[in-house]
Design a protein around this ligand. Structure first.
Ligand SMILES: Cc1ncc(COP(=O)(O)O)c(C=O)c1O
Length: 439
């Protein structure tokens, strides 16, 4: 209300974004709708405070209530994940991973993570352009041609390269992690095991994906994906980690602050506490179960219509459509889907012959639509719409050379925003969305 008069320009854009979120099917698997309570905390007076340090050991006065809030967030994280130590201050997932490396490793030490092109994250050692690939010696493992992690090959690679840390976690892997097997691989190499459960944390606490806590030494998760919290992260040290190094928790805390961060975002800390409370409930466990049930129905709907998914399906909240059989670019399909009101992201497929900016797949997931209350019948319908959209653009093949490609997109975008079939799907999507309001 106040914003409309103080800054109508920004207020208008926020209102437009809010309308967009209501009217489209948000299917980017790393996105979700945070609850109104979480958003209230993010916008609260806590944003005014500085509180460098940790609860009861601050560099600034006036932190009585902030200390109490951070204590609650820490206790809830420890209880929900079943860990002896939690740090709730990382600004987000990337700095949290950085803090782990800086806490435990020396520059040049070997880390082993999944390649970005295979569904890993930039911070898992992507070479040359990230801190994780520049300051550490990075060894990257891959998935097989169908998209599965080949544990035997990974085991051989780690025995050969002897990493100091193995990072397990992905952004586009539709299957379950066998944490016990990962521990065997890490132990054989003498490596510490970092479980980056950013994507699946909500599934883990909801009981529909095995927890890494018994096997990993450190667990990192962002709080804004399946967990439905604010943008932030948790860094947790397990019993196993503390057994290997009793000072590990202290090292991690020091690496977060003062190592790489300054003052914590206290408004976010409160919002994390609230999200953790919300996640510790029967209704959240039912929600997590529905995310996976929805993903399975959506995957089946897509494969029934002849589309190819990496690994052939899903066991979690996401799936990747491999568009190579159609000879289509992920860009073309993602842009056409957006016109139809279905928001996904282009994504590389295993061993993609095309560059990451023009990859051969799209990635989609069910966390956000499940938050709106959508269930199996809606997933069936969405699968049909996606397949129709792919069919509508089936003759739009991306040219190989850069110049023609730019001209192709100008023309393609002009065409799709007027395409009657896409606009009809968009109208049907909007009608569906009206029955499932954003919380
Ligand atoms: C597995 C994984 N790790 C780390 C991150 C980084 O999180 P952020 O974008 O909050 O820095 C992401 C986010 O995409 C992720 O999926």
């Amino acid at each position: 209300m106040i914003l409309v008069s103080t800054d109508p320009e920004v207020a208008k854009l926020i209102a437009a974004e809010s309308k967009r979120q209501q009217e489209v099917l948000e299917m980017i698997p790393s996105e979700n709708y945070a609850s109104a309570a979480v958003r209230e905390a993010i916008g609260s007076v806590l944003t005014n405070k500085y509180s460098e340090g940790y609860p009861h050991k601050r560099y600034y006065q006036g932190n009585t209530y902030i200390d109490a809030i951070e204590d609650i967030a820490i206790d809830r994280a420890k209880k929900l994940f079943g860990v002896p130590h939690a740090n709730v201050q990382p600004y987000s997932g990337s700095p949290a991973n950085a803090a782990v490396y800086f806490a435990i490793l020396a520059p040049g030490d070997t880390i082993m993570g999944l390649a970005l092109s295979a569904g890993g994250h930039l911070t898992h050692g992507h070479p040359a352009i990230t801190f994780s690939g520049k300051y550490f010696h990075s060894v990257q493992y891959d998935v097989d041609a169908d998209g599965w992690l080949n544990m035997e090959e990974i085991s051989q690679l780690s025995r050969k390269t002897k990493p100091k840390m193995i990072v397990v976690g992905t952004t586009a892997y539709p299957r379950i992690f066998d944490w016990k097997h990962w521990k065997v691989i890490a132990d054989e190499a003498g490596a510490l095991l970092l479980a980056d459960i950013s994507h699946i944390a909500g599934l883990v606490v909801g009981g529909v994906h095995p927890s890494p806590v018994q096997y990993a030494d450190i667990v990192m998760t962002t709080t804004h994906k399946t967990l439905r919290g604010p943008r932030g992260a948790l860094l947790m040290v397990t019993e196993s980690g503390l057994k290997k190094d009793p000072k590990m928790a202290e090292k991690i805390d020091k690496a977060v602050f003062p190592g790489i961060q300054g003052g914590p975002h206290d408004n976010v800390t409160a919002a994390i506490a609230i999200a953790l409370k919300e996640a510790d409930s029967q209704s959240f466990r039912a929600y997590a179960k529905q995310i996976v049930a929805n993903a399975k129905v959506l995957a089946k709907s897509l494969t029934d219509q002849g589309l190819k998914l990496t690994t052939g399906g899903t066991d979690n909240h996401l799936m990747v459509i491999d568009l190579r059989p159609q000879g289509l670019s992920g860009n073309v399909v993602a842009e056409a889907l957006e016109v139809a009101g279905i928001v996904v992201n282009k994504n590389s497929v295993p061993h993609d012959p095309n560059p990451p900016f023009y990859p051969s797949g799209i990635r989609l997931g069910t966390p956000a639509v499940t938050t709106r209350g959508m269930k199996e019948p809606e997933m069936q319908q969405i699968g049909q719409w996606i397949s129709q959209v792919i069919n509508i653009v089936k003759d739009n093949h991306l040219p190989g050379d850069k110049e023609t490609r730019n001209a192709f997109f100008v023309d393609f975008r002009k065409k799709i925003i007027k395409n009657k079939e896409l606009l009809t799907i968009a109208a049907n999507v909007q009608a569906l969305c009206r029955h499932f309001p954003v919380p």
